[in-house]
Design a binder for this molecule. Structure first.
Ligand SMILES: Nc1nc2c(c(=O)[nH]1)N[C@H]1C(S)=C(S)[C@@H](COP(=O)(O)OP(=O)(O)OC[C@H]3O[C@@H](n4cnc5c(=O)[nH]c(N)nc54)[C@H](O)[C@@H]3O)O[C@H]1N2
Ligand SMILES: Nc1nc2c(c(=O)[nH]1)N[C@H]1C(S)=C(S)[C@@H](COP(=O)(O)OP(=O)(O)OC[C@H]3O[C@@H](n4cnc5c(=O)[nH]c(N)nc54)[C@H](O)[C@@H]3O)O[C@H]1N2
Ligand SMILES: [Mo]
Length: 772
């Protein structure tokens, strides 16, 4: 391979860059000149292509190869046998055929949740879904781990949820017009590194600075001070108490007659019912500032004064997505919108409501007004689905009933799980339970470039290329650039593009023509581009020829600048009604009320969570762990990269804790600690920080799950994955959304001998007798 030093242009979810290459790997990354604030996550890329954790060739779990398909608790501890590509594709085709013939397509779980890589054609989920659709369909998943509660409740409340992000008030409008930004969950700039499908600029920090320079004030409401960078007033309620704080603010508005009744009358429905609850007429508890202070640990005056200030200035209320990734997660965005409605500034530049500023590099960025090139996924005739975070429930309880968004549904009996581009051992809660769940199906198929814990739990392991090894086109809804992703390096070892793998399996199954339509991947890129071009031409938008685009490297699309969320609706609620039953903002939803759930009423409601500091569980597990997104990487991706590794303490994921909590436990900065509760335990490296509540600790997601004893499902994770601790429960009967953000724990100094990190070592791989 030699030292072929060039600089191929590439797009990752965390930014656009050029990659210098030598010896078949990336040696340096050069952020795109157009990016005003490039992400440090780029630092994980050098060395990633040929890292020892890459899967070098097709592999099959020994027990599966020897005994055939069937449930097995050896998943995750068995060794693997290296096989040829021909053997792998034959085994996979035969097994898919067996499951479809014997149990029907419903028995294949193809939800395959996960972020995979940027690039519209090689997008792993699109590939696996298209492939399985050609085979006759699969049980799918709906919603996301990101916004599981929001995506179910907000359509009832405002008739949409994506629109809240993709058509949110733009950063420019906020910088120019907002006087007071009240940010529940802060605006953590670390998270604005990322947008799905890539992102060419990072304007958040600049926008916040411009807002301050204009005299705007920022109030950040979060257990962690650094959820906001730069000058701001920091208010730290105990985690999980935000809805109580918002109710307290609302109570002050009503009792001091500061709420906008004209707005509530004209644009909302059901405010009166909500107000009776707020004032305590329905449950005997007025949600006063004093009550909210008691729930949240804040001072009563802090709440009352903030409410008055909010009513007196151009105020934007924003709620991060983290606030809905908890039990009763529907309530915070619903109540945030209700609070903004009471202030009456929705649809006015710089006022109103926002959801997800600082959660993703999407809210606040201008959207592209037309569709983007997309690989068609075909039609799935199987109607069975699960809310995405019900994976363990489904696998453990076939035939059991569950609630979801007004329906009573039944879990299918899954025989084969097919995953490409996701890592459930990153994303799911209660990993011990997940391991028991993954022991149930007959077959688990995983495509990944790396020996992630998910790949180590598979029966059939399909080595994928990384996006750096292939050509693709990237773009995303709230970014102007369509980008040519030029391959930076040759394919690693015996890996293959997922597309080529699916094409080979499709050939063996007799569905090659349906899947490939006779195109190679390069032909698909041209095809998708030309299709998109044709669509734009019909709207009189000029685009370059494919070859020019490919050569130039990018094409700048038009964007809709200067948006204000729900501006149209405010201007004319009759001409531009919301897609709710009433056409208005539903502070009270008859539909949700009609479901009769005891954990999600018809209006925003305060529900005491189980995992919180004021509950009974805190007597045993007295620290509130925030399992938030990692600053140093995207989820579990490239955890072995330089930026991620630089943050580790003795190889373990850093856990931040307050000096008071540390001293009480004899823990010093840099010590390794054991974090535990009744579900599991992990090691982590202590970092002392007084910018947090003293009973809060913070351990981000994403350290590769690394059990001390892989054959024991409850084994301690040596590396610091917080999902060994989190509860596998849905947000409510309405959404069943992911609740991984919060969990109560206890911590102690770890004085035992430190077990070595083995997460990035490939499993034992024996060479099979068979060859290509
Ligand atoms: N406790 C707790 N848990 C959480 C959260 C939380 O707040 N707290 N947050 C949740 C959220 S919001 C999310 S979105 C999820 C994220 O969970 P995931 O999206 O599952 O996490 P990733 O690490 O991004 O996994 C992507 C995988 O795709 C692989 N990959 C990359 N490119 C390709 C490709 O081209 N082909 C194939 N086949 N594979 C590829 C990567 O190597 C990686 O293993 O985690 C959730 N989990
Ligand atoms: N660098 C980086 N950026 C990312 C990701 C990543 O993995 N790495 N993942 C991306 C993805 S897929 C998603 S969905 C988004 C997720 O976006 P979010 O869900 O908004 O992100 P988190 O970092 O989990 O949480 C944001 C902050 O909320 C605060 N918080 C937690 N609980 C509470 C609470 O009860 N009350 C209040 N007031 N604040 C609380 C935490 O201190 C935390 O830092 O991030 C995206 N951005
Ligand atoms: Mo997410």
């Amino acid at each position: 391979m030699g030292s072929d030093v060039r600089a191929a242009q590439h797009m990752a979810h965390w930014g656009m860059f050029r990659a210098s290459v030598s010896g078949g790997d990336v040696t340096e990354v050069h952020p795109d000149a157009g990016d005003e604030n490039p992400s440090q996550v780029l630092g994980n890329v050098p060395g990633s292509v040929r890292h020892r954790s890459r899967i070098a060739g097709p592999a099959v779990r020994r027990g599966w190869l020897e005994n055939g398909p069937g449930p097995s608790d050896r998943r995750g501890s068995d060794e693997f046998v290296a096989v040829s590509w021909d053997e792998l594709t034959s085994l996979l085709a035969t097994e898919l055929r067996r499951v479809v013939d014997r149990y029907g397509n419903e028995a294949i779980y193809g939800g395959s949740y996960g972020w995979a890589s940027a690039g519209r054609f090689h997008h792993a989920q699109s590939q696996v879904h298209r492939f399985l659709n050609c085979l006759g369909g699969y049980t799918r998943s709906v919603n996301s781990y990101s916004t599981g509660a929001t995506s179910v409740v907000m359509p009832h409340v405002v008739g949409a949820h994506w629109k809240l992000f993709s058509r949110s008030t733009s950063w420019d409008v906020i910088a120019e017009n907002t006087d007071l930004l009240v940010a529940f969950g802060g605006v953590p700039v670390k998270n604005t590194s990322i947008n799905h499908g890539g992102t060419s600029n990072h304007p958040t920090e600049g926008a916040l600075a411009a807002l301050r320079a204009r005299g705007g004030r920022i109030v950040t409401i979060s257990p962690l001070r650094d959820d906001m960078t730069g000058e701001a007033t920091w208010i730290a309620p105990i985690p999980g108490s935000d809805v109580a704080v918002m109710l307290g603010l609302a109570h002050v508005l009503v009792t001091e007659n500061l709420h906008d009744t004209a707005f509530l009358d004209k644009y909302c429905t059901g405010y009166d019912t909500f107000e009776r609850y707020l004032l305590g007429h329905t449950d005997g508890t007025p949600k006063t500032a004093a009550w909210a202070a008691q729930m949240s640990g804040l001072a009563e005056d802090t709440i009352a004064e903030l409410a008055r200030e909010m009513a007196s200035r151009r105020t934007l209320v924003t709620v991060t997505w983290s606030l809905q990734r908890v039990k009763s997660g529907e309530q915070a965005p619903w109540m945030g919108l209700t609070l903004a409605s009471m202030l009456g500034q929705i649809g006015i530049p710089g006022g109103g409501f926002g959801h997800g500023y600082g959660s993703m590099n999407e809210p606040g960025l201008a959207p592209v007004p037309y569709p983007l090139p997309t690989l068609p996924q075909g039609h799935n005739p199987v109607t069975t689905f699960i809310p995405v975070a019900a994976i363990s429930d489904m696998l453990l309880n076939p035939g059991a009933e569950f609630d979801y968004n007004g329906d009573r549904m039944v879990y299918p009996d899954i025989r084969l799980v097919h995953w490409a581009g996701g890592n459930p051992f990153h994303h799911h809660q209660d990993l011990g339970r997940l391991r028991r769940a993954f022991a149930r199906p007959d077959t688990v198929v995983v495509h990944d470039p790396y020996w992630t814990p998910m790949a180590k739990h598979a029966d059939i392991v399909v080595p994928s290329t990384t996006s750096l090894e292939r050509s693709d086109i990237s773009c995303t809804r709230n970014d102007p650039l369509l980008v040519a992703m030029h391959p930076a390096v040759p394919r690693f070892a015996n890996s293959r593009d997922d597309y080529d793998t699916f094409a080979a399996v499709a050939e063996k199954l007799g569905i090659a023509q349906e899947f490939t339509e006779g195109r190679t991947s390069d032909e698909w890129l041209r095809h998708l581009y030309r299709q998109w071009q044709g669509f734009l031409e019909s709207s009189s938008v000029a685009t370059p020829a494919f070859d020019d685009f490919w050569h130039d490297g990018s094409f700048r699309m038009a964007t809709e600048d200067g948006l204000t969320l729900l501006e149209d609706y405010r201007r004319d609620p009759v001409a531009a009604p919301l897609r709710t039953p009433s056409g208005r903002i539903e502070i009270f939803s008859d539909v949700v009320d009609g479901y009769g759930y005891d954990d999600c009423a018809g209006h925003p409601t305060w529900y005491e969570p189980e995992e919180w500091l004021r509950g009974a569980r805190a007597e045993t597990f007295p620290l509130h762990l925030i399992a938030n997104q990692p600053r140093t990487r995207l989820h579990s991706q490239l955890d072995h990269g330089a930026t991620s590794q630089a943050s580790k303490i003795q190889g373990r994921e850093p856990i931040r804790l307050h000096p008071t909590a540390a001293t009480a436990r004899g823990i010093a900065d840099g010590d390794v600690v054991r974090v535990f509760n009744d579900r599991g335990s992990c090691l982590a490296g202590a970092v002392l920080d007084d910018g947090m509540l003293d009973r809060v600790v913070q351990l981000s997601t994403g350290a590769w799950y690394d059990p001390e004893d892989p054959s024991d499902v409850g084994s301690m994770c040596k590396h610091g994955n917080p999902n060994v601790l989190t509860a596998d429960v849905g947000a409510s009967s309405l959404s069943q959304g992911c609740t991984g953000q919060h969990v109560l724990v206890q911590i102690e100094r770890y004085d035992g001998e430190l077990p070595p990190i083995t997460a990035f070592d490939p499993p034992t791989l024996v060479t099979g007798t068979r060859s290509e």
